[in-house]
Structures are given as structure tokens and as C-alpha cells.
Write a protein that binds this ligand. Structure first.
Ligand code: ADE
Length: 225
């Protein structure tokens, strides 16, 4: 799977996408991530990428021309399944969306900055607008990293044990149950005895009950009727 990420601060993407699971997926050729510096497509001697908003108001807007030149340049190199703009007024990202996106081959992500991007790019070039939640980040980069991480780990072979993505919170519509590791007692607090029992069927049942209980307490909104 290939991601092309357009950003005015590509340095922000480097560390989150250069370690751990995502790094291993890249090293093994399961995942390609290309970070494109929008300034390369900036206009004039100063490589201008933003300008004042028509109608006045605070903040700058990323201009259509450098952005569209960048998008068109990328589109000449591959066929994108989606061109995604990260924005707080987009469709809320969740596990089903991550699952759906993980079935694609090529995704382009556009990170906004300042007051956002010229609406004409959103109207005519972007195919999907995605929000990471009801709060405003200073740019789309952190949102893009979250999307790449959540989607990238679903690509077959990225996780060591493929079933571990299936037992993630949200994959079965429930939050994940609590987990424990050694020692069996820590500062007087014991691990639930069932986990030490060796009865896998009862352990599975206990985990399911815990997941249900946790979901009912913390996220009743995602529980079905
Ligand atoms: N850019 C700024 N805030 C954002 C958010 N909440 N989600 C996605 N992109 C963003």
C-alpha cells in the first residue's frame, strides 16, 4: 500500500512514521510512504504557498495553484483510490473507516495548515474529507500520522500476529478487555484468578464479559440495542 502525504511541514511526519510497527512495515516493503513538501511547488522566488483570505479575517489559506500542481504531479505517477483532505469538518475517522481504507492500494493525504486550503481544491480535487475528532489541531500532519498508523497496521502481514488486529478495541464493536502481565501480584494487587486458570474457553468468556461491561460503562453509544 502506498501513501503520498502533502505537507508544508514534512519534518512533522518523519518521526511518527519512522518507528515501531510502521517502520517495520516500510522496511519489509508492505507499506510505502512518500512525504511531499508543498513548498517545492510554491510560486515565485519565495516559493509562496499561502495567501490572505478573500473577504478578510485572520490566518492564511493554502493557495490552489501550488496544491493542484502538486496533486497533478502525483497523479501522473500513480492512480489514487482516494485523495483525502484532513480537516476538523470532515467525516469522523473511526475503525470501520480505517478498515475500508486499508483495502486500497494508493491514498493521497493533504495536510492543511493555517486556516485551511482554498475551497476550490476541496470541491474539485479532494474525494474524501476526514476529521480525527471534534478539536482543532494546528495542522493536518498529526491527523495524517494517526490515519496512516491505524490503516497501515491493518495491512496483512504488518502485525506479527495477524489476529491481534482482530482483537483490537472497536474491531468487534466493543472496547478491548483489560490485560495483565507478570507478576501475578503487584504491591498487593492480584491478577484476576481466571487468567491464571488455564481454561481458555472460560478466559475467553470472561474477556468478552469484561469488554461488554467496559463498553457499557465508557462508551454506551457504540453498543447495539
Ligand atoms: N486539522 C486540524 N484539525 C484537524 C482534525 N481535528 N482532524 C483532521 N485534521 C485536522
Amino acid at each position: 500500500m502506498h501513501f503520498s502525504i502533502i505537507s508544508v511541514v514534512p519534518e512533522l511526519l518523519e518521526s511518527p512514521l519512522g518507528h515501531s510497527m510502521i517502520r517495520r512495515a516500510r522496511d519489509r516493503g508492505l507499506l510505502e510512504i512518500e512525504c511531499v513538501d508543498l513548498r517545492t511547488f510554491g510560486l515565485g522566488a519565495y516559493r509562496q504557498v499561502d495567501d490572505y483570505p478573500y473577504g478578510g479575517g485572520a490566518g492564511m489559506v493554502l493557495m490552489a495553484e501550488p496544491l493542484v500542481n502538486c496533486i497533478e504531479n502525483l497523479k501522473r505517477q500513480r492512480t489514487y483510490d482516494e485523495i483525502i483532505y484532513l480537516t476538523p469538518d470532515g467525516k469522523r475517522f473511526d475503525q470501520p473507516m480505517a478498515n475500508r481504507l486499508s483495502l486500497n492500494l494508493n491514498l493521497m493525504l493533504i495536510c492543511g495548515h493555517y486556516k485551511g486550503i482554498d475551497q476550490r481544491v476541496r470541491d474539485h480535487w479532494v474525494s474524501l474529507e476526514v476529521s480525527m475528532g471534534d478539536y482543532v489541531l494546528s495542522g493536518g500532519e498529526i491527523a495524517a500520522c494517526a490515519l496512516v498508523d491505524a490503516v497501515g497496521r491493518l495491512i496483512p502481514g504488518v502485525l506479527n500476529d495477524e489476529t491481534s488486529a482482530l482483537s483490537d478495541s472497536f474491531q468487534d464493536g466493543l472496547l478491548a478487555p483489560p490485560v495483565y502481565t507478570r507478576p501475578a501480584e503487584f504491591r498487593g494487587f492480584p491478577v484476576p484468578g481466571i487468567l491464571l486458570s488455564g481454561h481458555q474457553a472460560r478466559i475467553d468468556e470472561w474477556r468478552h464479559e469484561q469488554a461488554l461491561q467496559r463498553t457499557a460503562e465508557r462508551r454506551p453509544d457504540i453498543l447495539g440495542d
